[in-house]
Every structure is written in structure tokens, then in C-alpha cells.
Design a protein around this ligand. Structure first.
Ligand code: HEC
Ligand code: HEC
Length: 332
């Protein structure tokens, strides 16, 4: 009898676990997993490089200039400011959770974070440097030479190691534990009635067709202006620049909506100043749907529950330049 009872209670317990698991997996959005399998030594080195403006020609621009980790991994500008105060061509996407992206850049032209990290240093409109000169700067600083040796086991610093370390650091920039993830994980009180109504609308009206998964986006390329064309003065053409196919014109990597409250302004051209505006444009252009003020506010309230724990670490202190370090050229 007692054995039978025990069996029943185990069956019930298993049943409950199974239902709970199904309930979680049925949601189109899944909680952000804390980062695992990272090389801590590379992360520490990559963190320094991420903050080091000496990887730029001016000695003034670091990755953090345009992907400010105090501001959601963005610069909060319509388009970025590069070397010589050049006006950037496109809005700077967040680096937070970028390891979850199917590819990097709005048009996906870099396969992964390592490939991406080589781009900005040598981009004349961004850091304006060359890989050779950036490596020369690092080689002139004994603390860096020692640390590269400890991390990679070789005496020669090269750009491959630089981008590898930065990419490893970027993998740590995930933002778990948002109120919405707490809700997904079973704490039904983690979001309020308005936010839940927003999530319900987000699902029922079809936003989840493109914004889904762990990053609530980042996993596909979709046309901007599916139902109604998007008008922009920005020259970016999206995926077609990579594939050469006309059918890919105006397809952009669907941005993650994690921490979207912090990553304004919105869209590849940075034209939408507020979430209210972005939600209105998405509703009309992607779904042919005009939301009422109340519905829009509900969706915005839901989107704000996607802000997770921001990266927290001690600010890296960078080893000083030496007499041999090539001088920065901010005005040449
Ligand atoms: C001058 C501003 C600027 C600097 C400096 C800069 N970036 Fe960016 N970053 C951008 C812009 C703008 C884009 C989008 C470009 C595009 O999609 O064509 C971008 C894209 C990215 C992406 C892709 C994100 C995504 O969702 O597709 C990553 C990752 C990234 N940068 C990391 C870095 C790293 C690492 C550094 C330092 C080595 C760096 N960036 C330096 C402006 C900058
Ligand atoms: C057909 C796919 C698709 C659907 C459906 C869709 N989106 Fe988007 N969403 C995109 C793409 C692509 C972009 C980037 C467009 C661009 O930058 O030009 C985007 C951008 C956004 C942005 C701006 C994010 C940023 O960082 O710039 C927000 C906010 C957003 N969508 C919310 C929504 C909401 C809310 C809905 C439902 C009303 C929705 N989306 C429906 C594909 C979609």
C-alpha cells in the first residue's frame, strides 16, 4: 500500500515536472542561460582590449565608445561617431547577448564575434587604425606582452589573438534574470497585468514570428517593411549587400529585444526615438496592424521587462604606454 502510494506520488511529481517543462518550452521566448565554457584568462585580456582606446588611430576610441557597457552596450546615438568625428553610416547595435546572434552586423557580413572584432579597428570610419599598428602598440607595452604570453603561450602578439580575446570577453556579456525570464521560470508575480497583456498581444499579433528565442530576435534576417514599405534616407540595403540577391534587399538581422529599453534609438537608421514609435512602426509595417494607444503602451511595458542583469565587473586598469609606444594621432 505504502509502495503503491509512493509510486503514485512519484508519478504525480513526474507528471508535474513534465507539464512544467512543456509550459516553458511552449513559450516562443526562452530564458537567457548564464554563460558557460569560457576561457577566463582570455576574458580578462579581452576586457582590457575592449576598453583600450590605443587600438584606435586617435588613441581615443575604444569598443566601449560605441558599445558603452554603462548604456546597454550601445552609444544611444542615431548613428555612431567615428575617427575624426565622422558621421557613422548606421546605428550601433548592442553587444549585449550578441553571442546569441546567428551572424554579426545588421546585414550579417561577419559570421561570428571573432570575425567581427577585426572590423572596427581597421575601419577608417570607426577606429581608423590598421591591424599591424594596433599590434605594434600592444607589443610596446610589457604588461600586455606578458599577459598575451600567459594566455596564448606564444611570444608574438597577433591580431588573431586580439580578436579571439575580445570575442571571448563578449561572450560573457549576456543578461540573464530579467523580470520576464523570472516569469518564464515560474514566478508569475514577476510581471504585472499590463506587462502580461503586452506579452499576450506580442504573441497574438505575430511579433514573435520574428522576435523569438533566447534573445527575442537575432536569429533570422527579415524584410523591413513587409506589409508596407519602410522609407529611409539611409543607404543601407541589408542582406543583399552580402548575398548579391535582389530578393534580400532590405532584409536586416532581426535585432534582439533584450534590454531594448536601454538601446534607443531604434532601427538600423536610428530613426525611431522611442519604443512607442518603434512598436507603432513594427505593427503597421510588419503586421498591417494599427495599435491603440493602450495596446501600444502594453507592448512597451512588456518590452521593458526584458531588461536583465547588466554585466558587472571591476573596470579594467590598462597598463601604461612606454617610451616606445607609437603616439596616438587624433588630429591627422
Ligand atoms: C565608431 C563606433 C564603433 C566602434 C569604435 C566599434 N563599433 Fe562595433 N559596431 C558599430 C556599428 C555602427 C555597428 C553596426 C555596423 C553594421 O551592422 O554595419 C557595430 C557592430 C558591432 C557588432 C555586431 C552586433 C550585432 O548585433 O550585429 C559587434 C559584436 C561589435 N560591433 C563589437 C565591437 C567591438 C568588439 C569593437 C572594438 C574592437 C567595436 N565594435 C568597435 C560601431 C562601433
Ligand atoms: C517580419 C518580421 C518582424 C515582425 C513580425 C516584427 N519585427 Fe520587429 N523588427 C524586425 C526587423 C527586421 C527589425 C529591424 C528593422 C530595421 O532596423 O530596419 C525589427 C526591429 C524592431 C525593434 C527595434 C529594435 C532595435 O534595437 O532597433 C523593435 C522594438 C521591434 N522590432 C519590435 C517589434 C514588435 C513589438 C513587433 C510586433 C508588433 C515586431 N517587432 C514585429 C522584424 C520583425
Amino acid at each position: 500500500m505504502s509502495i503503491q502510494l509512493k509510486a503514485i506520488s512519484i508519478a504525480v511529481a513526474l507528471g508535474m515536472v513534465a507539464t512544467a517543462a512543456v509550459a516553458v518550452t511552449q513559450e516562443p521566448i526562452t530564458p537567457i542561460q548564464p554563460v558557460k565554457n569560457i576561457n577566463l584568462a582570455q576574458v580578462e585580456l579581452g576586457k582590457k582590449l575592449y576598453f583600450d582606446p590605443r587600438l584606435s588611430k586617435s588613441g581615443f576610441i575604444s569598443c566601449n565608445s560605441c558599445h558603452n557597457l554603462s548604456m546597454g552596450g550601445t552609444d544611444n546615438l542615431k548613428t555612431s561617431i567615428g575617427d575624426h568625428w565622422q558621421q557613422g553610416p548606421i546605428n550601433s547595435p548592442t553587444v549585449l547577448n550578441s553571442s546569441l546572434n546567428v551572424a554579426q552586423f545588421w546585414d550579417g557580413r561577419a559570421a561570428d564575434l571573432k570575425e567581427q572584432a577585426g572590423g572596427p579597428i581597421a575601419n577608417p570610419g570607426e577606429m581608423g587604425f590598421t591591424h599591424e599598428l594596433a599590434v605594434d602598440v600592444l607589443k610596446s607595452i610589457p604588461e600586455y606582452v606578458v599577459e598575451f604570453k600567459q594566455v596564448f603561450g606564444t611570444d608574438a602578439i597577433n591580431i588573431d589573438e586580439v580578436t579571439q580575446a575580445i570575442a571571448e570577453f563578449e561572450k560573457t556579456l549576456v543578461t540573464p534574470n530579467s523580470r520576464f525570464d523570472q516569469y518564464l521560470l515560474g514566478d508569475k508575480d514577476a510581471i504585472n497585468a499590463t506587462e502580461l497583456a503586452g506579452y499576450t498581444l506580442f504573441k497574438s499579433s505575430g511579433c514573435v514570428a520574428c522576435h523569438n528565442g533566447e534573445a527575442v530576435g537575432g536569429n533570422s534576417f527579415q524584410k523591413m517593411g513587409l506589409v508596407e514599405p519602410y522609407k529611409s534616407t539611409n543607404a543601407a540595403e541589408g542582406l543583399s549587400a552580402v548575398t548579391g540577391k535582389d530578393a534580400d534587399r532590405f532584409k536586416f538581422k532581426v535585432p534582439t529585444l533584450r534590454n531594448v529599453e536601454m538601446t534607443y534609438p531604434y532601427f538600423h537608421d536610428g530613426e525611431a526615438k522611442t519604443l512607442t514609435e518603434a512598436v507603432d512602426v513594427m505593427g503597421r509595417l510588419q503586421l498591417g496592424k494599427k495599435y491603440t494607444e493602450e495596446e501600444n503602451a502594453q507592448i512597451v511595458a512588456f518590452l521593458k521587462t526584458l531588461t536583465g542583469d547588466q554585466p558587472a565587473f571591476q573596470l579594467p586598469i590598462l597598463p601604461p604606454s612606454t617610451d616606445n609606444t607609437p603616439a596616438p594621432k587624433p588630429f591627422e
